[in-house]
Ligand binder design. Structure first.
Ligand code: FAD
Length: 532
């Protein structure tokens, strides 16, 4: 930084130090990418806000060496307890559903303020800090009038920040990431449409103490014809109560008083509480940014998508986007890959955001529908069939539901360097089941991912084959015993070597012994500019 002029030059400017921006900053620090992170606030959020940390986000914390603190401070929710009105149908244990899929098969309750504090501390340990009290006022993209080496025009961003001492500070960066939340200034400046709807219902959130009427240490989910209640154990005897109210429950000025909400949860669900540490209400929006990349600028987290909190996916999706983008930025800035590598961020993550917004919007619509059929389902069918459903669901769809909620099932559609679908057709898809997904966990293959470097993995493949392929591709080799698989079904084959990206996603399978066209295909998968 030039102290006299207050101007800063860096590779990456991150605007916003919520969970998404902080995750990006921590990953970039670990990957050796020069970056600065600024936030208009004077410190991390003190509100609990998002609560659930899903298994995939736990895996990221593990990769960053932060998992021990999360495990020590979290409140695990090992089960879900569905019910109707004052009644619970029984409990569905998560642990069995996620066994063998991930080292973290619970839902971790670790509130947003703690996530932010964890990441701020990790950033400090890496010798970096957030520039708090720095608000982005203006952002311009400069065309540099020369090519970037692969035919595209090089550009840079120039940002004007209002600093706490009343002076204006200029930042010049190669790339800018808008992690600045739902009202993103970065997204707005770039003119990226934020398409979607604002729903008509009001959500309430109360972090309550001394709560009665719920199954302890489980996530409670209750319906009545008119209402929904979700309750998350927060640890320390506190419970997050979250529900929807209709306009008839609001005061004349459109607000909901906590007293009114307290009467409602008692009347509808038989749930009472003595006090609350936080009570708030908000309208739900379902919106998705039309682009996640615009030249040298990107949007992540709430700046890219917002939706209802049902399913506890919002913060987690932002954390994973930030992780994906950090790895892509490192490939380009440190690893020397072409700028087009960064196009994979939008190609991979926007479809995930689109599915999330569409699914939560549809679910929210079904939960709140006023149709006679929906009211019949909530008021009559669910109370009658729920107890049987609780017993059947884990058997019929439990592991699939766990996969969606935990975000471990996400699959990116990859294309090779020539733009062809790398996986097309059912048989090919079955053969390359591991390509485009996060590396399946075998019990002992995640420790090596902590290096956050490209690697090849062989499971039961001769060591010399793995070493040679790694040498040819210029990446780290890792040799493991054969995969015994989940429930006796191996996911990683002993006649394949897997190319694994910094973020733990499998980019290619190379048939052992890995020569000729097979090796060329893996090389192409490393540098392939497009996906989608
Ligand atoms: C009441 C409430 C309850 C919620 N409950 C849940 C839940 O149960 N589960 C769940 O998954 N999600 C929940 N969410 C959503 C969750 O909080 C968000 O998904 C998450 O915070 C997104 O993180 P982010 O880093 O993308 O954005 P944010 O957390 O919004 O962070 C954006 C940051 O950018 C900064 N900023 C904004 N503009 C500028 C600017 N011009 N210059 C500099 N800095 C700027 C802000 O100060 C802020 O720190 C809840 C949200 C709210 C409000």
């Amino acid at each position: 930084m030039d102290a006299a002029s207050g101007s800063i030059t860096t590779d990456v400017l991150i605007v916003g130090a919520g969970p998404s921006g902080l995750m990006l900053a921590v990953c970039l620090a670990k990957l050796g990418v020069d970056a600065i992170i600024v936030d208009a606030k004077d410190g991390p959020t003190r509100e609990s806000r998002a609560l659930g940390v899903q298994a995939r986000s736990m895996e990221l914390y593990d990769q960053l060496g932060l998992i021990d603190r999360v495990l020590a401070e979290r409140a695990p929710a090992a089960a879900i307890a569905p019910g109707a009105g004052h009644r619970t149908f029984g409990t569905i244990e998560f642990r069995g559903l996620g066994d063998g899929i991930t080292p973290y098969p619970d839902i971790t309750v670790f509130e947003q303020s703690r996530n932010e504090r964890l990441l701020v501390d990790a950033l400090a340990a890496a010798g970096r800090e957030v520039l708090w009290g720095h608000r982005l006022e203006r952002l311009e993209v400069e065309r540099l009038g020369r090519e970037d080496g692969v035919g595209a025009e090089a550009s840079a961003v120039v940002a004007e920040l209002a600093a706490p001492d009343g002076v204006s500070r200029t930042v010049r960066a190669r790339y800018c990431v808008g992690a600045d939340g739902a009202h993103s200034r970065v997204r707005e400046t770039l003119g990226i449409p934020f398409e979607g709807v604002t729903n008509e219902y009001t959500f309430y959130v109360a972090d309550a103490g001394h709560v009665t009427g719920l199954v302890g240490d489980a996530i409670n989910l209750r319906f009545t014809t008119e209402h929904l209640l979700l309750a998350f154990p927060m640890g320390g005897g506190r419970v997050r109560l979250l529900g929807i109210v209709r306009d008839a429950d609001l005061d004349a000025d459109g607000s909901l008083r906590e007293e009114r909400m307290r009467e409602l949860v008692d009347r509808e669900f038989g749930v009472e509480y003595a006090e609350s540490a936080w009570f708030t209400t908000y309208r739900v929006h379902h919106r998705l940014a039309a682009r996640f990349r615009d030249g040298p600028c990107f949007v992540v987290g709430d700046a890219a998508h917002i939706h209802s909190p049902v399913g506890a996916q919002g913060m987690n999706t932002g954390l994973q986007e930030a992780h994906n983008l950090a790895c892509a930025l490192a490939d380009v800035i440190v690893g020397g890959m072409p700028d087009a590598r960064l196009d994979r961020y939008e190609a991979e993550r926007r479809p995930v955001g689109a599915t999330l917004v569409a699914t939560t919007d549809r679910l929210f619509g079904e939960i709140t529908s006023e149709s006679r059929f929906a009211r019949f389902l909530r008021g009559r069918a669910l109370p009658a069939l729920g107890p049987v459903g609780v017993r059947l669901l884990p058997l019929v769809a439990g592991r699939r539901v766990f996969g969606y909620l935990s975000q471990t099932r996400i699959r990116y559609q990859l294309r090779d360097a020539a733009g062809r679908g790398a996986r097309s057709g059912g048989r090919r898809r079955r053969r390359e089941a591991a390509v485009g997904v996060r590396l399946p966990w075998t019990g002992d293959n995640y420790d090596v991912l902590r290096s956050m470097q490209w690697q090849v993995h062989g499971y039961g493949v001769p060591e010399r084959v793995v070493l040679r392929i790694a040498r040819e591709l210029g990446v780290e080799p890792h040799v493991f015993p054969s995969d015994r698989g989940v429930r006796g079904r191996p996911q990683l084959r002993h006649d394949r070597v897997y190319l694994v990206r910094r973020d733990g996603f499998v980019m290619a399978e190379v048939r052992a012994p890995g020569v000729g066209a097979d090796l060329d295909a893996a090389r192409a998968a490393m540098f392939a500019p497009t996906a989608g």
